[in-house]
Design a protein around this ligand. Structure first.
Ligand code: FAD
Length: 494
């Protein structure tokens, strides 16, 4: 029985589904988010976010809510080899240690403020699409159907939506097992972060909050069978075997396990069904990239799906979600596989780590790896010669007629922006002014610093997509390139 109609059903209220719900509401789209859980568990897999995700949250005014709940730390690494982010060209050259539960709480609240409809205890159990829409069947205590134009599976690594859509999830199987317990310690290590490689694995103890620690043990000599639950006592035995102590662990809040299985959806779209976040990609959690990447999937997809539903978007815009985001996920799978290799035990890996460690001392290597892990170096394949084209707009200091501002602050409403700098004028926006906001500003610096590029002179005009990526930039504006970019990304002139 269809009890509700909406524009988009989102399956899954993790960070990715919630971020997508916010983005779609900003695009003026009706959203119903459904999750199979009765309520949030409060558990946190992720414990940190990187610079590009902080920038993305800042673009939507969410970062100011999260900063007080986190702690800036230099905890970046590649396969456990430290990567210092301090000199990275971003307002946030650090990792923000913030719990996934805090991120979900803020996103829950924001989605509610923006008017998303959220239903718990409502797992997606099936769907049926036709030329006019998709009917999504919900199970749980109150079985019913919702009619929509699109269904987005943000339902995690074991995505039911992906399986029902017949999308293959190909990759490599687990070669190791990681185990986590959030506990209290009666005999903690002296340092707030303590870790060592030992024997067949490695272990760490991180003080997440004053009264509790996250203990992690990784075993490279065994792969636990899927489906077998890890008990606290089993965790203690494994931890003690590798670490030689249990630090007096007690009062477990959460015990879980993970692996280095790495899989990528063959397609991100099958007709009216799309995938985002862990539903589209899973990998070894090294470097803390999964949540970051999923939130960025949501921000890439949201405005494109919104424009498609409004009916005035370029015909192929939804396809660019997969062409832009799937290679990013493939790259993360690639770098996490390399990090697994660097984490193994034995003399061969020790030698590899020594050499990598020397290389990471070179600024160019450290920056190359760090810009990749933080996703600051992403360049989408967008037509244009300017070095900014396809890259993120830096958070440049600007002054407009109403006062001082920043480039990322201009993106709060998630609308495309034509930024005209230092007196530049153009007539090209006529016909798109209903969909593009024109901002005239003075740049407060003569040059901008771009990851992987270096210093560039402040451009004269920049067309910024709602996700913060540059569709067109020039130092000497001519209407032709701009007109092409507006047509390609915003649609035909009205
Ligand atoms: C040990 C570990 C540490 C990590 N640390 C980091 C880190 O520091 N930084 C980082 O960026 N990433 C980290 N990650 C990865 C991060 O936790 C995930 O990438 C992130 O949770 C993915 O979010 P998601 O919304 O795609 O999926 P999930 O968080 O898995 O959410 C999926 C949601 O879908 C719901 N659902 C499932 N089936 C259905 C259904 N049929 N219908 C409706 N709803 C359904 C679930 O109940 C759930 O709420 C870590 C992962 C692990 C394992």
């Amino acid at each position: 029985m269809v009890v509700e109609t909406t524009d988009v059903v989102i399956a899954g209220g993790g960070p990715v589904g919630l971020m997508l719900a916010c983005e779609l509401r900003l695009a003026g789209v009706e959203v119903t988010l459904v999750d199979g859980l009765r309520a949030r568990t409060g558990a946190s897999r992720a414990g940190g976010i990187h610079a590009r995700t902080m920038e993305i949250f800042d673009q939507r005014g969410l970062l100011e809510r999260l900063l007080p709940q986190g702690r800036p730390i230099q905890a970046g690494h590649f396969g456990g080899l430290p990567l210092d982010f301090t000199d990275f060209p971003t307002r946030h050259p650090y990792m923000l240690a913030v719990l996934q539960s805090a991120i979900e709480r803020e996103l829950d609240q924001r989605a509610a403020e923006l008017g998303a409809s959220v239903h718990w205890a409502s797992p997606v159990a099936g769907f049926d699409s036709d030329t006019a829409g998709i009917e999504v069947g919900l199970g749980g205590p109150n079985p019913r159907s919702i009619r929509a134009a699109y269904l987005v599976g943000c339902d995690g690594g074991r995505s039911v939506v992906r399986k029902l859509a017949g999308i293959e999830f190909t990759g490599t199987d687990a070669t190791m097992t990681g185990m986590i317990a959030d506990v209290e310690l009666s005999d903690p290590p002296a340092e707030a972060f303590f870790g060592q490689r030992r024997g067949a694995g490695d272990f760490s103890a991180v003080q997440f909050q004053p009264d509790w620690y996250r203990l992690v043990v990784q075993r490279h000599d065994r792969v636990l069978e899927r489906g077998i639950e890890l008990s606290f006592e089993n965790f203690r035995a494994n931890f003690t075997e590798i670490a030689g102590t249990d630090f007096g662990m007690h009062s477990p809040r959460w015990v879980t396990r993970y692996s280095d299985a790495a899989r990528l959806a063959d397609r991100y779209r099958a007709g009216r069904v799309l995938l985002a976040g862990d539903a589209a990609h899973i990998h070894y959690p090294a470097g803390g990239q999964g949540l970051n990447m999923g939130v960025q999937d949501a921000v890439n997809l949201g405005w494109k799906l919104g424009a498609t539903l409004r009916g005035n978007a370029p015909a192929d815009i939804l396809d660019t979600y997969e062409t832009e985001r799937r290679p990013i996920a493939a790259r993360v799978l690639h770098n996490t596989r390399a990090q697994t290799a660097l984490s193994r035990s034995g003399a061969h890996t020790d030698a590899l780590r020594d050499i990598m460690s020397d290389l990471i001392d070179l600024d160019e290597v450290r920056q190359r790896l760090g810009h990749m892990i933080t996703a600051l170096d992403i360049r989408y394949d967008i037509k244009g010669d300017h070095p900014l084209t396809g890259r993120r707009i830096p958070d440049a200091d600007l002054t407009t007629a109403t006062g001082d501002t920043r480039a990322h602050e201009l993106l709060r409403a998630a609308r495309p922006i034509l930024l005209l700098l230092n007196g530049t004028e153009t007539s090209s926006v006529t016909g798109w002014d209903d969909r593009v906001d024109v901002v005239r500003a003075t740049a407060r610096t003569e040059y901008w610093v771009i990851p992987r590029v270096g210093k560039i002179p402040t451009p004269a005009a920049v067309l910024i997509r709602p996700d913060g990526y540059v569709a067109y930039a020039t130092t000497a504006p001519g209407d032709e390139g701009l007109t092409d970019a507006l047509t390609a990304w915003i649609g035909t002139a009205s």
